[in-house]
Design a protein around this ligand. Structure first.
Ligand code: TZP
Ligand code: MG
Length: 227
């Protein structure tokens, strides 16, 4: 079993010019950590393997400084090379049992799920957390399979309330300061709630990523006005 993790504000990185611009990825992530993000996923679909490994090493130095786990998107080999805390895999990546075998019981392994069936399978397979989405349409990832909204998310949470009671859950897609409270409140089932939200552009593309992270974290901690 992986160590206890705070999933409340999960930063997923993006290295594309549309989001990062001319800025340095590691500096933006460090600012977001100062603003209070609790978990970081290095998601980079453009760099070659050598650059992925060297960037992941730099990111791991800063995440460790803040005592926050670093996970790698897609690439179990990169996570092994840099000895970070885990991976996030999608439905088309290396399968969960193989990832677990390679990384061991202490690694944090998250799986993207969009349907009840995928969620049940990931719970059965020993995922530590589910990345449930896509919550809302987003310019950051346009080839998403399904936009499931708060209703679809709630349906998944309800379906895994028993078999997945030890599995943590986060929502991803279009989450920002304007949507975060609605996401957390409207998705929650009486038996199982989201443990957090994953955010890309609302923090990564912000002029002041520390301030953006802080603002979203404050909203997560505050009961919504419509509750
Ligand atoms: N998976 C589903 S939506 C998404 C990913 C990686 C991108 C979310 O980006 P944003 O900018 O937080 O909407
Ligand atoms: Mg993937």
């Amino acid at each position: 079993m992986a160590p206890a993790v705070d999933y409340s504000l999960y930063l997923v990185t993006d290295s594309t010019p549309a989001i990062l611009g001319e800025r340095d990825l590691v500096e933006v992530v460090e600012a977001a950590l100062e603003g209070g993000v609790t978990l970081v996923q290095y998601r980079d679909k453009i760099s070659d393997t050598a650059l992925l490994v060297s960037t992941a090493r730099k990111l791991h130095l800063v995440t460790r400084k803040h005592n926050v786990p670093l996970l790698i998107n897609d690439r179990v080999d990169v996570a092994l090379a840099v000895e970070c805390e885990g991976v996030h895999i999608g439905q088309d990546d290396l399968d969960l049992p193989s990832a677990r075998k390679l990384l061991g019981d202490n690694a944090i392994i998250g799986v993207t799920v969009s349907t009840v069936e995928e969620a049940q399978l990931a719970c059965k397979g020993g995922a530590d957390y589910l990345g449930i989405g896509t919550m809302f349409a987003t310019a950051t990832k346009t080839n998403t399979k399904d936009i499931i909204g708060t209703a679809g998310t709630k349906e998944i949470l309800r379906a895994i309330a028993e078999d997945g009671k030890n599995v943590r859950t986060i929502s991803i897609g279009g989450i920002n300061a304007s949507t975060v409270q609605r996401v957390l409140y409207q998705s929650s089932d009486s038996k199982k709630k989201l443990d957090g939200v994953a955010v890309v552009s609302a923090i990564m593309a912000a002029k002041d990523p520390a301030r953006a992270a802080e603002e979203i974290m404050n909203l997560i901690k505050t009961p919504p006005p419509f509750a």
